[in-house]
Write a protein that binds this ligand. Structure first.
Ligand SMILES: NC(=O)c1ccc[n+]([C@@H]2O[C@H](COP(=O)([O-])OP(=O)(O)OC[C@H]3O[C@@H](n4cnc5c(N)ncnc54)[C@H](O)[C@@H]3O)[C@@H](O)[C@H]2O)c1
Ligand SMILES: [Fe+2]
Length: 374
């Protein structure tokens, strides 16, 4: 038995940015974006066609954290006019920050209370402000998911804000906006998309609709990311990667992620590794840990990697190596004892529980002496 639902209207194509004004449709709108020149230019371009935004937050930095979000929500509650729609123009950090603002009309303390109570507190408004998501990276899939990753950097904690009304009403995906993305971010965000696709396959919430999106997405990333890394200006390759990131997003929007993401959070929090690298460098070992756990998972992975899945995992390692990503946690400064502890915690974490592999196999593959099998 399975269900699948994704309510986001997707507008895809070069030049689609110019369509946003018609989607705003004369509503009072706010913009959330980064502060640098390229994004200020996009804001100006939008305001030429849609009129002035009632409010702009342009202070977003990678991995939106409590301090930055507190200031942004404060500025929004102090603004003269409440927006009827929020337009988020940027990568996952911008899209996720916009989701927090969409529920932050009563200030950030209410959001914090909700996050720290694991969603139990009813401190947030009944309805979130509608969102138009305009991704400028091809990776997170946040334009088609109903959650935001929120970081409490000071206390080394990661939270997930998850509500059905945080699905953007529209995703406007214009590959032209991704052309300016530098090499490192092109690689890390592309690998985030690959991780989303694979994590939705070795997942207890596996369903055939997600699986089809995931297979397409994973094959496309493995075909297009290396050529794109050698020719960042190629709009066709940018388009393929943008489409792959959406498909991966559509896949994991209905399964969530699994062990690789669960393992990634401490790597980012304690060693500052960008999300897309942190959730992908160990994918070959996570894949080996999943093999044999479920017939439908194995069959789906064969659609990506061919009949020999052990050889497929080796190919994944080669793929990462060619992109300059080392599969050894030590290469990111992670000590082996620290890694062992994180593996145990990751298996038991919310995302780790989505993973179909067995604890013993994870330990055998990762070559760790772990806690009691569970
Ligand atoms: N909500 C979800 O479903 C979901 C899924 C995965 C990841 N995330 C979160 O998303 C965040 C990561 O997002 P990201 O990987 O997209 O990167 P990002 O938004 O953090 O941006 C990374 C860097 O790229 C720059 N950048 C972005 N687009 C650019 C462009 N077109 N041209 C030039 N520079 C550009 C930004 O200025 C920034 O410095 C993390 O916090 C992660 O936890 C959320
Ligand atoms: Fe991710």
């Amino acid at each position: 038995m399975w269900t699948y639902c994704n309510p986001v209207s997707i507008h895809f194509g070069v030049g689609e940015f110019s369509r946003i004004a018609s989607l705003i449709d004369n509503r009072a709108y706010a913009v959330v974006t980064y502060g640098d020149a390229y994004f200020r230019g996009l804001l100006q371009q939008l305001e030429l066609t849609a009129g002035s935004a009632v409010f702009v937050v342009d202070t977003i930095a990678p991995n939106p954290d409590f301090v930055m979000l507190d200031a942004a929500c404060g500025a929004m509650t102090a603004a003269a006019r409440r927006p009827e729609v929020i337009v988020a123009i940027g990568g996952g950090s911008v899209l996720d920050a916009a989701k927090v603002l969409a529920t932050g009309a009563m200030g950030f303390d209410a959001v914090r209370e909700h996050l720290e109570s694991d969603g139990a507190s009813e401190s947030l408004p009944v309805a979130a402000i509608p969102l138009i998501a305009v991704p400028t990276t091809a990776g997170t899939g946040s334009e088609v998911t109903s959650w935001a990753t929120v970081w409490d950097t000071e206390n080394a904690q990661k939270y997930s804000l998850a509500r059905n009304d945080l699905y953007p009403s529209h995703a406007v995906v214009d590959p032209e906006l991704m052309r300016s993305l530098p090499l490192d971010q092109t690689i890390s965000t592309g690998l985030d998309a690959l991780s989303h696709a694979l994590e939705s396959i070795w997942n207890v919430n596996f369903n055939p609709v997600s699986a089809n999106f995931a297979v397409d997405a994973a094959k496309s990333v493995m075909k297009n990311l290396i050529p794109l890394s050698k020719n960042l200006d190629d709009l066709t390759l940018r388009s393929h990667m943008a489409e792959a990131a959406i498909k991966a997003g559509l896949a994991f929007s209905n399964t969530r992620t699994a062990l690789a993401h669960s393992l990634s959070y401490p790597v980012t929090l304690h060693h500052g590794v960008p999300h897309g690298i942190a959730c992908s460098f160990m994918l070959p070992d996570v894949m080996r840990s999943a093999l044999g756990a479920s017939v439908e998972c194995d069959q789906t992975l064969k659609r990506v990697f061919g009949e020999n899945l052990e050889a497929g995992a080796d190919r994944l390692t080669e793929f990462l190596t060619e992109l300059g990503v080392n599969s050894d946690p030590g290469s990111f400064g992670v000590a082996s004892e620290e890694w062992g502890n994180w593996i145990n915690a990751a298996i038991d974490g919310a995302r780790g529980k989505n993973f179909i592999g067995h604890r013993e196999q994870v330990h055998a593959v990762f070559n760790q002496v772990g806690s009691e099998p569970g």
